[in-house]
Design a protein around this ligand. Sequence first.
Ligand SMILES: CC(C)(COP(=O)(O)OP(=O)(O)OC[C@H]1O[C@@H](n2cnc3c(N)ncnc32)[C@H](O)[C@@H]1OP(=O)(O)O)[C@@H](O)C(=O)NCCC(=O)NCCS
Length: 213
Amino acid sequence: MEIYGEKVKLRAMEPEDMEMYRRLVNDPEVEHGVPGWGFPVSTIDQMKWFEATRADPTKKSFTIIELATGMPVGVYTVHNLDWHNRSCLTGYKLIPEGRGRGLAFDADTAFAKYGYDELGMHRITGAVIVTNAKSRNVIHKGPTSFEGLRREAVYKNGQWYDVIETGTLENEWREWAIESNWNGYGDAYRAKQAEAQAAKTESVKFRDLLTNR
Ligand SMILES: CC(C)(COP(=O)(O)OP(=O)(O)OC[C@H]1O[C@@H](n2cnc3c(N)ncnc32)[C@H](O)[C@@H]1OP(=O)(O)O)[C@@H](O)C(=O)NCCC(=O)NCCS
């Protein structure tokens, strides 16, 4: 099942996406904006990463596709998938051509809906370098809370940077999605409630029928 937002969908990564992923991780601006770090990545390294990620049960990467153009615009990664505590850590990177149109927020919200309503996640977390104002603003648009600060946790560009820890709980996300009616979520939720009530009434009728036979 592909994961739909209002403006993007998240689909399984394919070998032909790897050049775009490699371009992203090799971009110094991206490297300076994200908490992680890496050595320059070759085409062979990238294909090894593809195979290793496919085999890793705690990690998933999806390609972000802009619905209006059908263009692959970035990568959405889910780390630390923990099926016992029902939590994960998420992150996203867009190529320059995909930026400035609210696609990161939409990708993040599309994954949240999938995470809470399909995977049964209870808590979804993130991490942002304190100086990444754009990314902080993406987070500000939804119900996510700032939960903590890891002081001088990453070293880049000759400096130490603090990292903000973020988190959202399933009930907080659902309340926000119903209230804001993101991608018709509130309307669909109310329709589901009405359907569940009708199913309950049918069930009671059926039970009565069986008892009075
Ligand atoms: C950071 C990133 C994900 C933002 O994604 P995006 O979809 O292009 O985000 P937008 O351009 O819609 O901007 C998000 C918000 O930040 C605001 N913003 C844009 N440029 C800004 C800037 N220079 N400073 C502060 N805020 C800015 C926007 O106005 C928008 O808020 P609004 O919708 O309320 O107007 C994207 O630029 C990217 O992939 N960068 C490289 C990798 C990276 O930093 N990943 C995040 C790691 S945590």
